[in-house]
Every structure is written in C-alpha cells, then in structure tokens.
Design a protein around this ligand. Structure first.
Ligand code: AMP
Length: 138
C-alpha cells in the first residue's frame, strides 16, 4: 500500500483543514481527537509521510517518541487521568481509519470505560479549552 497525500491528517498538516492544535514544530503536529474515546484524547502526528508504523522511516519514529512521552505527561497532568493508554493502528483490519501515521494518547479514568474508537464528536469549545491547557503544560 502506498501513501496517499489526500488523507485528512495530511490536509490538516498543510493547513487546508482546521484542527484543535496543541503543539506544532517542523517534525510533528499534536491535536485533539474530535471523536475522543475519553476526555483529553490527543493525537501525535509526525509530519513525515507514511501510512503507519509499518512503512515509517525509523529516524522519524525515533524523533517522535520523546514528543509522545512529553504530551502523555502533559495530558495526564491536565486531565487528572489515572493512566494513559497509547494506541496506534496499522491498516484497516487493525482499526486504522486515517492513513497517515499517528499515535493516540488516551487518558484512562479509574472506573470509567473507554469509549468506542472514532465514536461521538466532542464539543468544540471543550476541545479548544483542553488544547490550550495541554499546550500550557508542555
Ligand atoms: P485511526 O483509526 O487510528 O486511523 O484514528 C483516526 C482518529 O482520527 C480517530 O480517533 C478519529 O476520531 C480521529 N479523527 C478523524 N478525523 C479527525 C479530525 N478532522 N480531527 C481530529 N481527529 C480526527
């Protein structure tokens, strides 16, 4: 399977579509998932083009994991989550729906079941507020 630059995350990286951005530099973009599985669900997206982990440049992976850690720490601090789940799907049968590599940072709250993958859309004002708080904690 080859990378298709018309995917929605590539459009967001190019600035063609809006996002609740948490952080951005030359290598990566961090944004709120608009169909969150829990409050504070964030996506870390390397800008380098790959469909997923399987075709990614190891150098791009090396560069992004410290950011994944930093964002996970900030998300945990801001949300007060009891734990953080890191998820990453490779190809449609495994649950991937957007074919540009990304890492899900999903806060887990004691006693609260995680919501469905790509379930209900969250309130934009709440997402914007969370994005600002997580950005400030980075
Ligand atoms: P995956 O199934 O791993 O490919 O995850 C794609 C994720 O992107 C899902 O959790 C969706 O909720 C999320 N998503 C889809 N479209 C958008 C968007 N425009 N902005 C933010 N998150 C999105």
């Amino acid at each position: 399977m080859t990378y298709d630059a018309s995917n929605i995350f590539a459009k967001i990286i190019r600035g063609e579509l809006p996002a609740h951005k948490v952080y951005e530099d030359g290598q990566a973009l961090v944004m709120m998932d608009i169909f969150p599985q829990s409050r504070g669900h964030v996506l870390v997206i390397p800008k380098a083009q790959s469909r997923n982990l399987l075709d990614a440049d190891p150098a791009a992976l090396s560069a992004v994991i410290p950011l994944v850690q930093k964002v996970a720490q900030a998300v945990k601090q801001v949300t007060g989550a009891d734990g953080i789940r890191l998820a990453q799907f490779n190809e449609a049968p495994a649950g991937q729906t957007v074919f540009h590599l990304h890492f899900h940072i999903i806060p887990v709250y004691e006693g609260v079941p995680i919501g469905a993958h790509a379930g209900g859309r969250a309130d934009d004002a709440e997402l914007a507020a969370l994005a600002g708080e997580i950005a400030a904690a980075l």
